[in-house]
Design a protein around this ligand. Structure first.
Ligand SMILES: Cc1ncc(COP(=O)(O)O)c(C=O)c1O
Length: 474
C-alpha cells in the first residue's frame, strides 16, 4: 500500500480567510458580538488566530459584502443590526458550507432494502425475551427511577460497577469520580472536542477514521493532521514527527477493531504511543466501541492501561452491541479533565437517562449477558464469512478483520465509487463511501460495508445486487 506523507489540510484545502470568516460569523450568530458592537481590530484578531493581517482583512471585507458587518470610517468594523436574524443558511454559499452536519448520518437517513452502511447490531440478535425481565427488575428495585435525574456524571452505582469491571478486565485503577456516563460515545467525542479543542489547534486523526469524528473536530475549527493507519498499526516515527512539528492538542484514535478498517494497533505500539503522548504533551483520545467483538484472540489492553501520566482519555461505548437503544457509554480520565468535561456536559443535559443506566447495570453484568456475548461473536464471525464469500467472485480487495462490524474494501479503479453509490441508492442499497472517512476527503476507490445489521440471507442477496450493479454500469 502506498504511504502518503501527512500534511495539515486546514491551510491547504480551504481558503484560510473563509475559515476566519466562519469563525467571526459564528460568534456574531451566537451573540458574542452584539449589533453595532465593534469587532476586534484586524491586528488584534490576526494575533489571536496566529494568521496574517491580510487574511483577517479579506474575511472582514467578505463579511461586509455579505452585509454581516459595516464599516465606520477610521474606526473599524461593526456588527450589522439584523444580520443575526437574516442569515439564511440555505442561500448563503459560504455559510451553507459551514452548516454543521454528520456526513455519516446523512447516509443513514437513506431508507434502503440493503443497508450496508449501518454498523450496528442486527436487532434480531438482541435477547429481547430476557432483556424484558431486567426492565421489570429495575422497576421493582427502584420504584422512583422515572422521577429522578441521574446527575451530570451518571448513576453512582453504575460508575462503581464499571470501575470494578475495568479493574478486573483491564487493570485500570479508577475511582468513580474519574468516570462519566454519556449517551453513546458520539456524545463523548463531541464533549471532548468542545472542551479541549479551540480553533486552529492541531488534532491528529487516523486516516481513514470514524467519519463523524472528522465532522466534530472540523466544527471546532481544528487543523486536522492525518495519521495513516495500517494493518500493523501506525508508523510511530511519523507519529513522533507530527507531534514534534505540529504540537497537536490531541490524537483521536480507535485502535481496536478500528472503524472502518478493522485493524488493531499491537500492544508494543500502545505502550510507545503513551510515552510519545507524555513526551510531547499530546492527549490520546482512545475510542473503544468494538473491543468485545473479537473473532479470534482477545485484543490487546487499551492504551489507558499503560497510562500513568494521565494523558489518555478513554471512551468506551457499550451501545453498539449490548443494546443500541439504551445508548450507554462512558469516559474515563483523570480529575483535571473530568472537571472540565463535567462542566461542559452540565450545559447539554442533566445526565444520561437514569432508567437506561439502571437497566444496563443489571443486564450487562448478568451472567446471561456475558454468555450471550459469546454467541454474538460467533454470529458476527459467520456473517463476516458470508459477506466475504459473496464478494469472492469479484477482484475487490480487503483485509479480513479479526473483529468489529465492517469490511474496508478497495474497488478497482474502473469503478467510480460515487457513481456506484448513486446507482446503489437508486436500487435501494447503501454503503459508506470511503471519502467521508478520510480527513483528506480522498479515498475515492474505497467503501465500507457492514455485515452486522443484516442476516445471512440478506447479506448474500445484497452483495449479489451490489456486484451486479458494479458490472452492469462500470
Ligand atoms: C469508532 C466509533 N466511535 C463512536 C461511535 C458512536 O457510537 P455510539 O453509538 O456509542 O454513539 C461509533 C459508531 O459507529 C464508532 O464506530
Amino acid at each position: 500500500m502506498k504511504r502518503i506523507e501527512a500534511e495539515p489540510i486546514f491551510a491547504q484545502s480551504e481558503k484560510l480567510f473563509e475559515r476566519v470568516y466562519d469563525y467571526v460569523l459564528e460568534r456574531i450568530k451566537r451573540g458574542e458580538w452584539q449589533e453595532h458592537e465593534k469587532l476586534p481590530s484586524v491586528r488584534v484578531l490576526a494575533k489571536e488566530l496566529s494568521v496574517n493581517r491580510l487574511t483577517v482583512l479579506k474575511s472582514y471585507q467578505l463579511l461586509k459584502q455579505q452585509q454581516h458587518v459595516y464599516v465606520k470610517d477610521k474606526s473599524g468594523y461593526y456588527v450589522q443590526p439584523g444580520g443575526r436574524m437574516t442569515i439564511d443558511s440555505t442561500h448563503d454559499p459560504v455559510l451553507s458550507a459551514y452548516v454543521q452536519k454528520s456526513h455519516l448520518s446523512e447516509i443513514h437517513q437513506v431508507q434502503a432494502a440493503f443497508q450496508f452502511s449501518i454498523a450496528l447490531l442486527d436487532p434480531n440478535l438482541l435477547p429481547n425475551l430476557y432483556f424484558s425481565e431486567y426492565v421489570k427488575k429495575v422497576f421493582d428495585l427502584y420504584p422512583k427511577v422515572l422521577g429522578t435525574y441521574s446527575g451530570t456524571q451518571g448513576d453512582a452505582e453504575l460508575r462503581e460497577a464499571l470501575c470494578d469491571y475495568f479493574s478486573k478486565q483491564h487493570q485500570f485503577y479508577l475511582s468513580r469520580d474519574e468516570l462519566m456516563i454519556t449517551t453513546g460515545s458520539q456524545q463523548a467525542i463531541d464533549l471532548v472536542a468542545k472542551v479541549l479543542v479551540k480553533p486552529r489547534d492541531a488534532v491528529l486523526l487516523e486516516r481513514p477514521t470514524y467519519s463523524p469524528a472528522i465532522d466534530v473536530f472540523s466544527r471546532q475549527g481544528a487543523r486536522i493532521i492525518p495519521v495513516e493507519i495500517h494493518p500493523c498499526g501506525y508508523d510511530l516515527e511519523q507519529v513522533e514527527r507530527l507531534m514534534q512539528t505540529h504540537k497537536p492538542r490531541l490524537f483521536y484514535m480507535n485502535p481496536t477493531f478500528h472503524n472502518p478498517t478493522g485493524y488493531t494497533v499491537p500492544a508494543e505500539q500502545r505502550k510507545r504511543l503513551v510515552e510519545l503522548a507524555e513526551k510531547y504533551h499530546c492527549l490520546l483520545v482512545e475510542d473503544d466501541p468494538y473491543r468485545d467483538i473479537y473473532f479470534e484472540e482477545e485484543p490487546p489492553q487499551p492504551l489507558f492501561s499503560y497510562d500513568t501520566a494521565g494523558c489518555v482519555i478513554y471512551i468506551r461505548s457499550f451501545s453498539k452491541y449490548i443494546a443500541p437503544g439504551l445508548g450507554i457509554a462512558c469516559i474515563a480520565c483523570r480529575p483535571y479533565y473530568m472537571k472540565a468535561l463535567l462542566a461542559a456536559k452540565s450545559l447539554s443535559d442533566s445526565g444520561a437517562p437514569l432508567l437506561n443506566q439502571k437497566i444496563f447495570l443489571h443486564y450487562f453484568f448478568s451472567e446471561r449477558m456475558q454468555q450471550h456475548l459469546g454467541k454474538l461473536r460467533t454470529a458476527l464471525a459467520i456473517r463476516k464469512e458470508v459477506m466475504e464469500e459473496a464478494l469472492s467472485v469479484t477482484d475487490w480487495k480487503w483485509i479480513s478483520p479479526t473483529g468489529g462490524f465492517n469490511l474496508w474494501i478497495s474497488l478497482p479503479e474502473t469503478i467510480p465509487m460515487d457513481h456506484l453509490l448513486a446507482k446503489s441508492i437508486e436500487h435501494s442499497l447503501t454503503f459508506v463511501p470511503g471519502s467521508i472517512c478520510d480527513p483528506l476527503r480522498e479515498k475515492q476507490s474505497w467503501i465500507r460495508l457492514s455485515y452486522s445489521y443484516m442476516n445471512e440471507q440478506q447479506l448474500r442477496a445484497g452483495i449479489s445486487q451490489l456486484v451486479n450493479l458494479s458490472r452492469l454500469y462500470f
